[in-house]
Design a protein around this ligand. Structure first.
Ligand code: HEM
Length: 158
């Protein structure tokens, strides 16, 4: 398969990292909003309505598109390795890549959990305590550390 020139590996990789930054920033900010929302804005108050708008916009404008673009570019990088570089699908079976895939699956699951929590806030519920949102705030950061080190160290590479 001929790989189009404009899809250079370095360009794809740079855009992938930019999308990752937006995704991670959003996922680290949203639980902060949930903590303040839980603590300071009882259901039905004007402040509750403000938080709902901020949370919905953060998910719709930043977090959801950033995750989509991260996955699309990540998948394109995989295709680049498999086809353009001729490494075959065995590329995915390297320990560092398996680790990366496990971490990005966990990150995507956490994303889904946060999106589900937004719906509960909008329905007037307070799904978890403010303490829970503060304690779990660093989950995306810790997972990102593993994802980045997996790709930079490439342990167990063929
Ligand atoms: C969501 C699904 C994702 C997929 C399918 C994916 C896949 C990939 C692939 C195949 C590469 C190229 C690796 C190489 O050629 O050495 C790559 C690069 C990279 N990925 Fe991802 N990735 C995803 C998400 C993430 C996330 C969430 C992070 C960080 C939190 C991340 C950080 C990076 C970095 C920093 C690089 C560049 C490494 C380098 O060039 O040295 N990726 N990704």
């Amino acid at each position: 398969m001929n790989w189009p020139d404009f899809l250079s590996y370095d360009l794809l990789r740079g855009l992938h990292i930019i999308a990752v930054i937006a995704w991670m920033a959003g996922m680290m900010y949203l639980p902060r909003l949930y903590a303040y929302h839980t603590e300071t804005a009882p259901p039905g108050t004007p402040f509750d309505a403000h938080f709902q708008v901020w949370e919905a916009k953060l998910l719709r404008i930043i977090i959801n598109p950033a995750m989509t673009v991260t996955w699309l570019l990540g998948a394109t990088l995989i295709f680049w390795h498999v086809y353009a570089a001729g490494e075959g699908w065995g590329f995915l079976l390297q320990p560092w890549m398996l680790t990366k895939l496990a971490v990005v699956t966990a990150l995507s699951g956490w994303h889904g959990f946060l999106a589900g929590a937004r719906k509960k806030f909008a329905a007037g519920q307070r799904p978890k305590s403010a303490r829970f949102w503060r304690a779990t705030n660093e989950i995306p950061f810790l997972l990102a550390v593993v994802a980045v080190l997996a790709v930079t160290l490439q342990f167990g590479a063929r």
